[in-house]
Design a protein. Structure first.
Length: 153
C-alpha cells in the first residue's frame, strides 16, 4: 500500500480530531494540534492513502532529545504498515537532527502498541504513575537510542 506522509495542515484538523476521538479515551483538543503546528520544535504529520488520512503523528525535537507524543492509526487501517511508515519517517527526522534518543509513553493496557514499539527498537525506560487521566493509568515510558557518532575517517 502506497502511503504518503506529509506535514499536517489546518485543513486536516477536522479529520484528525475525528480520528483522535475515535481512537483515544482522552483525546487531544484542537488547540493542542494548532499550537504544535505553529511551534518550530514540533512536527505534525499525516499519512494518506489515495487522499484519505489514515494516520497521524506528532513529535518534538529539542537539542539531542526527541519525543513521540502522539501517533494513531484507526483500526480499519492497522496492520497495513501505516504506523511503521510514520515511525520510519520520524526516525529519519530524528537521525537528521542528530538526536540521541526518541522517547514515548504508552498505556500498559495498550499491549498492541507496546509490542509495536518494541518491534521497532524501543525498550522500557520506566513507569510513570497516573500519567493518563481518562481512565487513570500509568504510562510505560519507552526509549530508542540512536547512534550519533560520526565517522571521522
Amino acid at each position: 500500500m502506497k502511503v504518503d506522509i506529509r506535514t499536517m495542515t489546518e485543513n486536516d484538523l477536522d479529520v484528525v480530531l475525528r480520528l483522535e476521538r475515535e481512537i483515544f479515551s482522552d483525546p487531544w483538543p484542537r488547540s493542542t494540534f494548532v499550537e504544535h503546528a505553529a511551534d518550530e520544535i514540533w512536527g505534525t504529520l499525516v499519512a494518506e492513502v489515495d487522499g484519505e488520512i489514515v494516520g497521524y503523528a506528532c513529535y518534538y525535537i529539542r537539542g539531542e532529545e526527541s519525543h513521540l507524543t502522539n501517533m494513531a492509526v484507526p483500526t480499519r487501517h492497522r496492520r497495513k504498515s501505516v504506523a511503521k511508515q510514520l515511525l520510519e519517517y520520524i526516525f529519519g527526522v530524528v537521525t537528521e537532527h542528530r538526536c540521541e534518543y526518541l522517547i514515548l509513553e504508552v498505556r500498559p493496557s495498550n499491549t498492541e502498541a507496546g509490542a509495536f514499539y518494541e518491534k521497532h527498537g524501543f525498550g522500557f525506560l520506566h513507569r510513570q504513575p497516573n500519567y493518563y487521566r481518562r481512565p487513570v493509568e500509568d504510562a510505560l515510558v519507552m526509549v530508542r537510542y540512536f547512534d550519533t557518532d560520526e565517522d571521522d575517517a
